[in-house]
Ligand binder design. Structure first.
Ligand SMILES: Cc1ncc(COP(=O)(O)O)c(C=O)c1O
Length: 387
């Protein structure tokens, strides 16, 4: 089967580019002596996760209990839920999975620790990581608030049903892009430094406090986002080192990573293959073309430095932005293209578009078509879609 045989819109993953991305991140992990525990919320695909594990990824990270269920059922034996799991139902589902896999999750509040302690048996304590906020502003105890970190750590360590296995963060602030006075590279380096150093300082503060049981031996320090991994270098502080990285998006990258300077357009392995369904020259506006993928495929995500809702590629085998076309607007099933010269574009033409945000784009489709040049070499299902 070739690309031209695929009905559109279709999600394409370029296999050589995917494999290069997987190899590169595995090499980053090995160079820094950390485990790579990729976050599969990006692709939710068992086949893709197998490719990550075949290269040396140790365990997987998930965001939801439903993802944990899908991947444990597929035979993955070590799953970390990088999310503050709450509620009796969700804990019961995780408890059930422990028959087949090692499970862990995050806690960042006293209430979260209490709920978790009520859900697991003291004879088999569950691994819990204290979530730390290193500047993103989302969940997690603030990196500068040692007292709160110690309070929640003690609550975890003091519960016989829980085992304080480490601390975990995601430096989501790296997605904000540079401050006015910074280059993209400087901003990535700063976020990466903050992610590492703030975690090492929290670990040291926990070790200094009584009642946490924290020592540098066997204490996990888990960090990771795709942008910060572009500038990550491990370091030691009071016997602690980063032990694990959890990037997700790196498998395919996207237009946001390109804008942030974390990836090149050539490293973007995911595209949406679309067909031009209409070209219009109307008296009251510029010439426009419409493709058969709108916000139900791309979503309306935008981010630092993105232009429109994705990067339209020139019709070449190398990854180059189309010199004219811009995905300027989305309705549900239509992508609106600006920069159209009606002589250059015809109904039926196919265009590949790199989405702004790969993770939500995967979640909108049932399947990924794996391509190598123009050949469709495989089709993978997006197994944990919607959950
Ligand atoms: C907790 C957590 N860990 C890891 C990641 C992976 O980050 P990225 O997709 O930037 O690689 C995310 C992304 O949202 C996250 O929320």
């Amino acid at each position: 089967m070739t690309l031209d045989d695929l009905p559109t819109p279709a999600l394409l993953v370029d296999r050589p580019r995917l494999d290069r991305n997987l190899d590169r991140m595995q090499a980053t992990a090995e160079a820094n002596n950390v485990a790579l525990r990729p976050h599969i919320k990006t692709h939710k695909s068992v086949a893709l996760a197998r490719r990550q594990r075949a290269r040396g990824a140790e365990g997987l990270t998930v965001a939801t209990v439903a993802e944990a269920e899908t991947f444990v059922e597929a035979g993955v034996s070590d799953v970390r839920v990088a999310y503050p799991v709450t509620g009796r139902d969700k804990h019961a589902r995780l408890r059930h999975l422990r028959d087949d896999a090692t499970l862990s999750f995050t806690v960042d509040t006293l209430a979260g620790a209490e709920q978790a302690a009520a859900a697991y048996p003291a004879r088999a304590p569950v691994d819990v990581l204290l979530e730390v906020d290193v500047g993103h502003g989302r969940c997690g105890v603030h990196w500068s608030d040692d007292a709160q970190a110690v309070r929640v750590a003690r609550a975890i360590a003091g519960a016989k049903e829980l085992h304080l296995a480490g601390i975990l963060t995601h430096a989501g602030q790296a997605y904000n892009g540079p401050a006015d006075t910074q280059t993209e590279a400087e901003a990535l380096a700063q976020s990466a430094r903050h992610e590492r150093d703030r975690m090492l300082s929290v670990a040291a503060a926990l070790a200094d406090a009584e009642g946490t049981g924290v020592t540098p031996d066997a204490f996990e320090i888990s960090i990771g986002s795709t942008p910060t991994m572009a500038a990550f270098e491990n370091a030691e502080h009071e016997g602690f080192r980063v032990t694990e990285i959890r990037p997700g998006n790196y498998v395919v990258n996207d237009a946001m990573q390109v804008a942030l300077g974390a990836a090149s357009l050539d490293a973007c392995a995911l595209t949406v293959c679309t067909t031009v369904v209409s070209v219009q020259e109307k008296p009251d506006g510029p010439a426009r073309a419409f493709v058969d993928a709108g916000k139900k495929v791309f979503t309306t995500d935008t981010g630092y430095g993105t232009d429109g809702y994705g990067t339209v590629l020139a019709p070449t085998h190398s990854r180059q932005a189309h010199p004219e076309l811009r995905l300027a607007h989305l309705s549900e099933e239509h992508g609106w293209l600006d920069g159209v010269h009606p002589d250059h574009l015809s109904v039926g033409d196919r265009l590949q578009i790199v989405p702004n945000h790969a993770c939500v784009t995967f979640n909108n489709q049932n399947q990924i078509h794996v391509i190598d040049d123009d050949a469709v070499v495989d089709t993978w299902s997006i197994d944990a879609r919607g959950g």
